[in-house]
Design a protein around this ligand. Structure first.
Ligand code: PGA
Length: 251
């Protein structure tokens, strides 16, 4: 089976209202007529509605970078999954390493968010990835397995088929140190084997696994050409039309 490539831009805590909508406008134009790749952008929550309005009817989907698992209520400062859906989101990034390591989110919390996202009709982009010390200690597969199992506990096979996994080695995020295509392929293959083991071969063949960590036009083609790499989650290079389109057009 061939999995459709999926390239998503994670804008993180960058841009302002004017530059976020201008970037969306520019991408919308540049993406006209491109059908053979799925593309999404994930702006900060406050700009989701404005960006989704610009991208309405285009071939670019909108995702959020995080949300809370409770449906509604007294959770000051949080955003619910249904609110994301309400303003036009299709995806939500969950378990990004910056949330795991800077905001101290556990796999248990991320698991609650995964279930809440699915219930609200959002597609989770679930991130996993090891620290440099964990890679050097030879525990890459173990760490990814723990994050995968903890974050996806209780997820059915049908739900799993919808979920996107993003493998993001923490040492490669924002550092300019991209994993080699071989390093990415090795972990992606291990993750796919994990999905097959926990579900079945059909689910494993369906799930798209993105690579993330210093992806740019100069290195994306080699990484994306690997059989188990089904796309990219792009941070820094997604903040400009030319650099993001360079990845999309360079595939
Ligand atoms: P980067 O970020 O492309 O800037 O390394 C990727 C990510 O964290 O999603």
């Amino acid at each position: 089976m061939t999995r459709k490539l999926f390239i998503a831009g994670n804008w993180k805590m960058n841009l302002d209202l004017a530059s976020a909508t201008a970037l969306a406008e520019g991408l919308k134009k540049a993406m006209q007529g491109i059908q053979d790749v799925d593309v999404a952008v994930c702006p900060p929550n406050v700009y989701l509605h404005a960006v989704a309005t610009v991208l309405e009817g285009s071939n670019i989907a909108v995702g959020a970078q995080n949300a809370y698992f409770e449906k509604e209520g007294a959770f000051t400062g949080e955003t619910g999954m249904r609110m994301l859906k309400d303003v036009g989101c299709r995806y939500v990034i969950l378990g990004h390493s910056e949330r795991r390591h800077i905001l101290h989110e556990s796999s248990e919390l991320i698991n609650l968010k995964v279930h809440a996202a699915l219930e609200a009709g959002l597609i989770p982009i679930l991130c996993v990835g090891e620290l440099l010390a964990e890679r050097e200690a030879g525990t890459t597969d173990l760490v990814n397995r723990r994050q995968f199992e903890g974050s996806l506990s209780g997820v059915s096979a049908d739900e799993m088929k919808k979920i996107v996994i993003a493998y993001e080695p923490v040492w490669a995020i924002g550092t300019g140190k991209v994993a080699t295509p071989e390093q990415a392929e090795e972990v992606h293959a291990a993750l796919r084997a994990l999905i097959a083991e926990r579900y079945n071969a059909e689910v494993a063949e369906t799930v798209r696994i993105q690579y993330g960590g210093s992806v740019k036009a100069e290195n994306s083609r080699d990484i994306l050409s690997k059989p188990n790499v089904d796309g990219a989650l792009v941070g820094g290079a997604s903040l400009k039309v030319d650099s993001f389109m360079g990845i999309i057009n360079g595939r």
